[in-house]
Ligand binder design. Structure first.
Ligand SMILES: CC(=O)[C@@H](O)[C@H](O)COP(=O)(O)O
Ligand SMILES: NCC(=O)COP(=O)(O)O
Length: 241
């Protein structure tokens, strides 16, 4: 079984577009958890275009009423982000090598280059009992270093997987992701996955059983426009058993 962490960035985007607290992100988080989702993910970016730092505090407070459910905060480890994470103390922090001006996340860490910066950050987060995940491209060779710098898990960046799904050559891409996941498991890292996963492609990635958690937001929100939020969350849960 793969855990579903629903990313509420796009709920935050919709809310922020009118300057009122509607839709209320915490209400959507509560609704999502009541449907059986394992957790909530938010990725507050420096411009707080969607999820905000206050959302991190508010969702953490909500989770006190949902024992066993997890909060995953994603982001680049700049000072303000780290201050918020260390205050909120989520169950998990996924470090993503995003530039503040990026439209969205589009690459994993270059650990060989960034290891000196990552090590103390990872140590500080782990000292607070926060599970640390590194957002990674599906490169089996990089998993040893991810473990060596102190990560607990990696999150495989799955845009390439999603783009290849159902097309010629997909099997080779799928094999690469499964090999990268196995390489992570072989060095003692658990494996998350995320970015552009959807109802059509998620099951093939998770079926072999190597993926512990997927975080899904953009496609889930778009699919909910057709199917309704509750139906979409239930549909993902049914595919991840
Ligand atoms: C790291 C990643 O792939 C996603 O979690 C990210 O949160 C997407 O960010 P946007 O919702 O800003 O596109
Ligand atoms: N880490 C991936 C995530 O949280 C959501 O990515 P997406 O489903 O919005 O592409």
């Amino acid at each position: 079984m793969t855990h579903l962490s629903v990313n509420l960035n796009k709920i935050g985007l919709l809310r922020n577009s009118r300057g009122r607290d509607y839709p209320n992100l915490v209400d959507m988080a509560e609704r999502t958890l009541k449907l059986g989702a394992f957790g909530i993910t938010i990725h507050p970016r420096p411009d707080q275009r969607h999820a905000t730092y206050q959302d991190a505090h508010d969702v953490k407070e909500l989770l006190k009423r949902f024992p066993g459910a997890e909060l995953n905060i994603e982001g680049f480890p700049e000072a303000q982000f780290l201050d918020v994470v260390l205050e909120v103390e989520p169950d998990q922090c996924t470090l993503v090598p995003d530039d503040p001006n990026q439209l969205t996340s589009d690459h994993g860490w270059n650990i060989a280059r960034d290891q000196d910066a990552l090590r103390p950050v990872i140590a500080k987060l782990k000292a607070k009992g926060i599970r640390v995940v590194l957002f990674m491209d599906p490169d089996p060779e990089s998993m040893v270093l991810a473990k060596e710098v102190g990560a607990d898990r990696v999150e495989l960046y799955t845009e390439e997987y999603a783009n290849a799904f159902g097309k010629t050559g997909f099997e080779d891409i799928l094999d690469n992701y499964q090999n990268a996941a196995q390489a992570a498991l072989d060095v003692g890292l658990a494996v998350n996955a995320g970015h552009d996963l959807d109802l059509n492609n998620v099951q093939t990635l998770c079926a072999p059983g190597r993926i512990m958690e997927v975080s899904i937001g953009h496609a889930l929100t778009v699919e909910a426009l057709d199917l309704g939020w509750d139906n979409v969350v239930k549909a993902y849960l049914a595919k991840l058993v």
